[in-house]
Design a binder for this molecule. Structure first.
Ligand code: NDP
Length: 270
C-alpha cells in the first residue's frame, strides 16, 4: 500500500487513475482545482485535495497536509495539464507562459516539495504524464509540444539524479485518449486564431480535433490508468509507457520518415 498524490484528478485520465489506484488499496489523494468534481471520487476512498499547480502556496499546503496525515509520501503522479493550441504568431506569450506553468513548472515544484521526504524514506516514485506529443509534433501545437518535450527532458534528468536515493521516475506517454483534453485544445486553437491570418486553417483543425475526440477512435482513459498502475506497482517500473491511439505507430513513423514527409502527415491528420 502506497501513499499517492495525483494531480489532474478531477477529470479524464487522472480521475480514472485515482479510482483504479484507490480500488487497489492505496491511499490516494486526488488533487485539482475543481473540488466538486473530486467529491465523486470519495466513493472509491480517494481523498480530495484542492490544488492549483500554478499556485505555490496551494502545492505546499497539499504536500504538508499529506505528510501531517500519513507521515510519508510514496508516489507523486504529475498529471494535470492542458493543450494550449494556436499558431505561434497568434498565441500571446502570457498564455504560452501559463501553458508552461501548468504543464511543466507545476510538476517541477511538486517534485521539489516531495523529494526531501522520498530521499529520507530512501524510496519513492515520480510518474509524469507527458504525451506522445513529447516525441512528435502536431499541427498548430507549438506551445503544448514545447511543454511536453520539456517534460520528457526534465523527467530523464530527474531519473538519473534521484536513482541513487531509491527514487524511480516514469513517463506516461498517452496517444489520443477520449477525455475533455481535445475540446479544451480545440477551443484554445479557435479562440487564438479569431480574425487573424491563420483563422481558416485553425478552424478546420479545431473542428477535426472535436470530431476525433467525439468519436470512438480515441482510446479509453482506462488503458492509461493500467499503465499508471504498473508504474506504481511494478518492482521495476519502466522509464516510459507509450500507449494509446496512434502513439506507437506515430512515434515509429517519426523515427523512420524524413522530416518533411512526417510534417505532411501531421499537417493533414485532422
Ligand atoms: P482533462 O482535461 O480531462 O483533465 C485535465 C486535468 O488537469 C483536470 O483534472 C484539471 O483539473 C487539471 N488541471 C488543469 N489545469 C490545472 C491547474 N492549473 N492546476 C491543477 N490542475 C489542473 O484531460 P486529460 O485527462 O486527457 O489530461 C491529463 C494529462 O494527460 C494532461 O497532462 C494531458 O496533457 C495529457 N495527455 C492527454 C492526452 C489525450 O488525448 N487526452 C494525450 C496525451 C497526453 P481542474 O481543471 O479541476 O483543476
Amino acid at each position: 500500500m502506497s501513499v499517492i498524490l495525483i494531480t489532474g484528478a478531477s477529470s479524464g485520465i487522472g480521475y480514472q487513475t485515482a479510482e483504479v489506484l484507490a480500488k487497489e488499496g492505496h491511499v490516494v489523494y486526488g488533487a485539482a482545482r475543481r473540488l466538486d468534481k473530486l467529491n465523486t471520487l470519495k466513493q472509491y476512498g480517494v481523498k480530495p485535495i484542492s490544488l492549483d499547480v500554478t499556485n505555490d502556496e496551494s502545492m505546499e499546503k497539499a504536500v504538508s497536509e499529506i505528510i501531517k496525515q500519513e507521515g510519508r509520501i510514496d508516489v507523486l503522479i504529475n498529471n494535470a495539464g492542458y493543450g494550449s493550441y494556436g499558431a505561434v504568431e497568434d498565441v500571446d506569450l502570457e498564455e504560452a507562459k501559463r501553458q508552461f506553468d501548468v504543464n511543466l513548472f507545476g510538476m517541477a515544484r511538486l517534485t521539489q516539495l516531495v523529494l526531501p521526504y522520498m530521499r529520507a524514506q530512501q524510496s519513492g516514485r515520480i510518474i509524469n504524464t507527458s504525451s506522445m506529443g513529447g516525441r512528435i509534433v502536431s499541427y498548430m501545437g507549438a506551445w503544448y509540444h514545447a511543454t511536453k518535450y520539456a517534460v520528457e527532458a526534465f523527467s530523464d534528468a530527474l531519473r538519473m539524479e534521484t536513482a541513487d536515493f531509491g527514487i524511480k521516475v516514469s513517463l506516461i506517454e498517452p496517444g489520443g485518449i477520449k477525455t475533455n483534453w481535445g475540446f479544451i485544445a480545440a477551443d484554445h486553437l479557435e479562440e487564438s486564431a479569431k480574425g487573424g491570418a491563420y483563422e481558416q486553417q485553425a478552424d478546420k483543425a479545431a473542428n477535426g480535433m472535436r470530431k476525433q475526440y467525439s468519436s470512438n477512435m480515441m482510446s479509453d482513459p482506462k488503458i492509461i490508468s493500467k499503465a499508471m498502475s504498473k508504474a506504481v506497482n511494478s518492482r521495476h517500473p519502466r522509464p516510459r509507457y507509450l500507449i494509446g491511439m496512434g502513439a506507437k505507430p506515430l512515434v515509429f513513423a517519426k523515427t523512420i520518415l524524413p522530416t518533411r514527409a512526417f510534417d505532411f502527415i501531421m499537417k493533414h491528420a485532422s
